[in-house]
Design a protein around this ligand. Structure first.
Ligand code: ZN
Length: 324
């Protein structure tokens, strides 16, 4: 094991504890908020209260998933971590194309330039100005994950350039890769694309794939050696079985629960109690834990999902295995 890189420094992976693997604790303006005011999560006084409630139930660490120039604010993430005592892993990388628009700089730079930007966030510190302009002011807070996004059904040419840059940043730094799978699709192609460029699947977490409740597909995904990140648990209508819990129960039966991590991907104000919404950030540790119990997912398995598995996938890869 190597280390996990949080905004306040590197820690032993065993120190992560109960971890939410894909959250949006801070979305501070940017195009996402222009497009959808519900994404505005810039108030860290409010978020500190919400995080504190989850910490009371045992939450210790959170992986934030808002990458470059889409509302990321690393100084706010660091302040939130200091105030709550919760470890926060901040991302570099790029979100889906729609959060930038056609004129964005990311369309006009080379893969090597993108890889440099990602790697420098990891090694030297995230830009206080969030790569939103020509001036870069590196902070003391370094990125611990590269977040990249695929499109519906697969990787667009733009996505391919971003994934290639993520693979290059991984090769240079060992940083783990967290992907967005649009509507849960395209995950297998993402693993293949990254593996072809030298990324061992054990350093990849594929997000949102529980949107597709298909036992065979998930067995196939997990047998690549990649991790999956399930975050749809509170979105199933009451009239339907909880697809996320069902998948976890199936994968546990199939002996594949050692590569599943959980999150909420709660990117809207209406999911937080402090903003008058529900189910609140405590959901995975109260309501959903009860649902899991009802599906026969016992405490040993839950410890894997919340503690052991995140410590494995969010640990940096060891010294470079690639000759350069
Ligand atoms: Zn997300």
């Amino acid at each position: 094991m190597t280390f996990v890189r949080t905004v306040l420094g590197d820690i032993d992976p065993v120190e992560l504890g109960i971890t939410y693997a894909h959250e949006h604790l801070v979305i501070d303006g940017g195009r996402p908020v222009q497009l959808q005011p519900e994404f505005d999560l810039g108030d860290i006084d409010a978020m500190a209260i919400e995080v504190g409630q989850a910490a009371e139930l045992g939450l210790r660490s959170v992986v934030d998933a808002m990458p470059c120039d889409a509302g990321r604010n690393v100084e706010k993430l660091a302040e939130l971590s200091r105030r709550t005592g919760i470890g926060i892993v901040a991302p570099t990388g790029l979100h889906h194309d729609r959060y930038y628009g056609p004129a964005h700089w990311s369309h006009r730079v080379s893969v090597a330039e993108l890889a440099d930007l990602f790697a420098l966030d990891v090694t030297d510190g995230i830009d206080a100005l969030d790569y939103s302009g020509p001036i870069v002011r590196r902070t003391a807070h370094r990125a611990g994950v590269v977040k990249v996004a695929g499109s519906d059904g697969g990787l667009s040419p733009r996505d391919e350039r971003v994934f290639e840059a993520a693979a290059e940043a991984h090769a240079r730094t060992g940083v783990p890769i967290l992907t967005h799978c649009e509507h849960g699709t395209g995950a297998l192609a993402q693993v293949r694309f990254l593996a072809d460029r030298g990324v061992a699947p054990e350093h990849i977490a594929l997000s949102h794939v529980d949107k597709i409740v298909d036992r065979g597909l998930h067995r196939e995904l997990l047998s690549t050696g990649a991790f999956v990140e399930y975050d749809g648990s509170f979105r199933w209508p009451d009239s339907e079985p909880n697809g996320t819990a069902q998948l976890i129960a199936w994968m546990a039966e199939d002996g594949l629960d050692d590569r599943i991590v959980l999150g909420m991907d709660a990117a809207r104000r209406r999911y937080y109690r402090v903003h008058g919404g529900s189910p609140g950030l405590t959901w995975l540790l109260d309501g959903f834990t009860a649902v899991l119990q009802a599906f026969g997912v016992d405490a040993t398995i839950r410890h894997r999902l919340f503690v052991t598995n995140p410590a494995r996938v969010f640990a940096f890869a060891g010294p470079p295995t690639r000759a350069t």
